[in-house]
Design a protein around this ligand. Structure first.
Ligand code: NAP
Length: 353
């Protein structure tokens, strides 16, 4: 049985300025919680102006702290008095990476070590919710053929990514493994993990650096007009993933991993939904043939190995555990996609992608 959580005690959300974490902060405030959150640089309010506005809306309920994943002890003061820690901050980049060890693996792993070391020192903490990913469940889409019924579940682990191949996936895998190992060494607090698929849905800020947002901007701004790669992806709404974190924070049945995937669709399905409401956008209307992707993929930064092991394969996940254990239901795919495009359009972010 997991520890009982007092909802009147403060909750810490790491990296509150991020795309997903901002929604977690908002939902916690709406639920009446006292929220602590960390930002990397408090002197850069540009990155978290939307949270400052939320703080004004909920006077005295949201406190800011500065913390970098790489700094030992950086999360101590933010955690003081909290029963729940939601650790979401971790770099999410899949393109334009020059030094994967430094840009991805180190902050993800050192971040878990530092946050969990603070948890070890902070006697009030009873539960940690970690944002992992489906990329800690599988390495390359081709691995699906080795699974029972071709579907990944919480029992699977990514065993094939490395610093050289799929470094973001590797960073999430080593970070989640480290978290489970630290959790097993003690009994004061429980660990619950959320493993989201590709997150889409409206952002609370007009930042464009989260990969989810840049991907949607590119899709709706003509970058894939020639076509999209075939193969089903695993999508989920940012608001549903945030809700899953709240359920994991307070539910007595939240232990273990939870795959947060709502819909299996390909990028052409996303484009077709956008087209129903925004037919004037320069959307793709077909698939990029495999031979053409193999030809141009390396020029776009995709390795031959990545293309061989991922393009054209469907990614399928079993989401029954999160639905049964946390009682979550997912919003329709159309709503996620259309709300996301509407936000990008309202924030003037579609033309410059
Ligand atoms: P995001 O908007 O880029 O958020 C990343 C957050 O991590 C930001 O708050 C960022 O801080 C923080 N961060 C990065 N490096 C840091 C460092 N050295 N010190 C302190 N903070 C640091 O991306 P997101 O999509 O919300 O991702 C949030 C989490 O969800 C990540 O753990 C990611 O792996 C996971 N996830 C995302 C998806 C998806 O499709 N988006 C899917 C599965 C899992 P700044 O605001 O200062 O940059």
């Amino acid at each position: 049985m997991m520890k009982e959580i007092d909802k009147n005690k403060a909750v810490l959300v790491t990296g509150g300025s991020g795309y997903l974490a901002s929604w977690i902060v908002k939902l916690l405030l709406e639920a009446g919680c006292q929220v602590h959150t960390t930002v990397r640089n408090q002197a850069d309010p540009q990155k978290y102006g939307h949270l400052l506005r939320l703080a004004e809306q909920y006077p005295g309920k949201l406190c800011f702290f500065e913390a970098n994943l790489l700094d030992e002890g950086a999360f101590d003061s933010a955690m003081s008095g909290c029963e729940v820690v939601i650790h979401t901050a971790s770099p999410f980049k899949i393109a334009g990476i020059k030094d994967p060890q430094k840009e991805l693996v180190e902050p993800a792993l050192t971040g878990v070590r530092n946050v969990f070391a603070s948890v070890g020192r902070c006697e009030t903490v009873k539960r940690v919710v970690l944002t992992s990913s489906i990329v800690a469940v599988y390495g390359d889409a081709v691995e699906r053929v080795q699974t029972e019924k071709g579907i990944f579940n919480e029992g699977h682990w990514n065993a094939t990514s490395s610093v050289a191949h799929q470094p973001y996936s590797y960073s999430k895998t080593v970070a989640e493994k480290e978290a489970w190992q630290i959790a097993a060494e003690q009994s004061r607090w429980d660990l619950a993990v959320i493993n989201p698929g590709l997150i889409l849905g409206p952002s609370l800020s007009s930042r464009t650096d989260s990969t989810s947002i840049s991907l949607m901007r590119q899709l709706a701004s003509g970058r894939f007009r020639m076509g999209v790669p075939a193969g089903k992806q695993a999508f989920v709404d940012v608001r549903d993933v945030a809700q899953a974190h709240l359920l994991a924070a307070f539910s007595p049945r939240a232990g273990g991993r939870h795959i947060a995937v709502a819909h299996h669709q390909d990028f052409l399905d996303v484009a077709q939904v956008i087209k129903t409401a925004y037919p004037q956008l320069p959307l793709p209307s077909g698939y990029l043939p495999g031979w053409l992707f193999r030809l141009v993929g390396p020029l776009l930064g995709y390795s031959r190995k990545f293309i061989r092991r991922n393009i054209g394969y469907d990614l399928l996940f079993d989401n029954s555990r999160i639905r049964q254990n946390l009682g979550i239901s997912f919003r329709p795919f159309n709503e996620t996609v259309l709300n996301h495009i509407a936000q990008l359009k309202n924030d003037g972010l579609l033309k410059r992608a």
